[in-house]
Every structure is written in C-alpha cells, then in structure tokens.
Design a protein around this ligand. Structure first.
Ligand SMILES: NS(=O)(=O)c1ccc(NCc2ccco2)cc1
Ligand SMILES: [Zn+2]
Length: 244
C-alpha cells in the first residue's frame, strides 16, 4: 500500500442544496417507491428555533417511518420545517433547472435501524433521510393553514406550543416520484449525513399564507424574512430519478 499523495483520491465535499438539472438526472430502475408511514399520534409540538420553526415528533419508537425508495434502512420521523425567502420570487433551497420556488418543506428522518439517536446519526454518511417538497404560490393550502394558525403561539425564539394529532401525510403531494442524491444538512453543522429525496410534484401555498412565515421573530426579535442557504457545488455527484 503506497503512501497517500495529493493524487490519491480525496473525498469531494457533498454539500446541500444544489441545482437539480433534470436532464442530467439518471433514471434508475432499481429505485423503489417510497414507503411513508406517519402516525398522527406521534406529532408533539411546534417550536421557534430562531432561524425557522420545527414541528417535532415523538421519535422514541418506529411509529412514523420512511423506508424503501433509495434507502437500505428504515428512518424514523423526527421533525419537519420550512425554508422561505424575503419575497415570493425565491425561498426554496433546492432549485430545479435554475428555477427557484417560494419555499421548501423538509421532513427529517434518522436511521434508527443503525444508530441509537438523531444526534449520533448525524455523524454518519447514511444517518439522515430528508424528504424535500417544493412549495409554489397558488390556492390556499388548508393543511398548511392548520400549522399557520399556531405560529402566533411561537412568535419568538424558544417559544413552543403543543401540536398534536397532526396528519403529516395530508401535506404531501399525491405523486411520490422523486430525485435523490447524497448531500448535507443545509444549516449548521452542515454534516454530510443526508440522503436527499426531493419530490417532483410541488404543493401549493397562497402568498398571504407564506407572509405569516415571515412574521416569526429571531433571538434579536427581528423578523425571520429568509432562511434559505445559497446553492452549493454539485462536484462529481449524480442525481438519480425514480421515473423516466
Ligand atoms: N435543513 S435540513 O433539513 O438540512 C436540517 C435538518 C436538521 C438539522 N439539525 C441540526 C442539528 C442538530 C443537531 C445536529 O444537527 C439541520 C438542518
Ligand atoms: Zn431544512
């Protein structure tokens, strides 16, 4: 075994978000349909975490899980949150063929088959699976309204409020075809532990509904007007598609 030299294969960064260039995505017939099972009884609370709000779930057992698709383990639902922008012109983190969307939903799961906790899972390359759903401006979304009606209870950082019996499945689009690639957390600590699963169908939100997200305040009691990370280099990564 020779010594490592600069020409020795280095591992390239795998940061998120990226621009999904759909014509370069490769259909992979080995990709399975997603298996998504969310028990409404696992939803617990909504909390303002300073740069966004999280809806958190009881992840003490495998009652709400994501498996199949590109995954080789089952992943336990932990929380979901959104990213948005100062105006409806941008706000999503992932971009599709250069097109930005006004917001993006992230549903965060951790590999409970291999690791003992969310924090431990974030230290491993196959630790997390995050479903990304793009939001487009359209008809008011009654399922999102249920969340928005609770934002006034979590106006400032660290405020939390019970949020029970929420059926997260109702927030997902009908079509579950997806793009998938290996990436990272899009906020600190930017750990390279995420298998991203981006649904190809967007859900709607009205402009008025989206404005409520911008009414949340951070630790300095300033409005959280935007919280989306800039695009990161794709390097040598391939994006796979579950459909032709
Ligand atoms: N935007 S996201 O879906 O990539 C995402 C999801 C989860 C965290 N969690 C941050 C964290 C806390 C402890 C270790 O790590 C950060 C970012
Ligand atoms: Zn996110």
């Amino acid at each position: 075994m020779g010594v490592c030299t600069s020409s020795t294969a280095q591992c390239l960064p795998r940061q998120s978000p990226i621009d999904i260039q759909t014509r370069r995505a490769k259909y992979d017939s080995s990709l399975k349909p997603l298996f998504i099972q969310y028990d409404p009884n696992t939803s617990k609370r909504i909390i303002n975490v300073g740069h966004c709000f999280n809806v958190e779930f009881d992840d003490s057992s495998d009652r709400s899980v994501l498996s199949e698709g590109p995954l080789t383990s089952h992943y336990r639902l932990r929380q979901f949150h959104f990213h948005w922008g100062t105006s409806d012109r941008d706000g999503s983190e992932h971009v599709i063929d250069g097109q930005t969307y006004p917001a993006e939903l992230h549903i965060v799961h951790w590999n409970s088959q291999r690791y003992s906790s969310f924090e431990e899972a974030t230290k491993h390359s196959d630790g997390l699976a995050v479903i990304g759903v793009l939001l487009k401006i359209g008809e008011p979304n009654p399922v999102l309204q249920n969340i928005i009606d609770n934002l006034d209870k979590v106006k400032t950082k660290n405020k939390e409020s019970p949020f029970e019996k929420f059926n997260l499945s109702n927030l997902l689009p009908k079509e579950r075809t997806y793009w998938t690639y290996l990436g990272s957390l899009t906020t600190s600590p930017y750990s390279e532990c995420v298998t991203w699963v981006l649904l190809q169908e967007a859900i709607t939100i009205s402009s008025e509904q989206l404005q409520h997200f911008r009414g949340l305040q951070n630790e300095d009691e300033e409005f959280i007007l935007e919280n989306h990370r800039p695009l990161q280099p794709i390097e040598k990564r391939l994006v796979k598609s579950s459909c032709k």
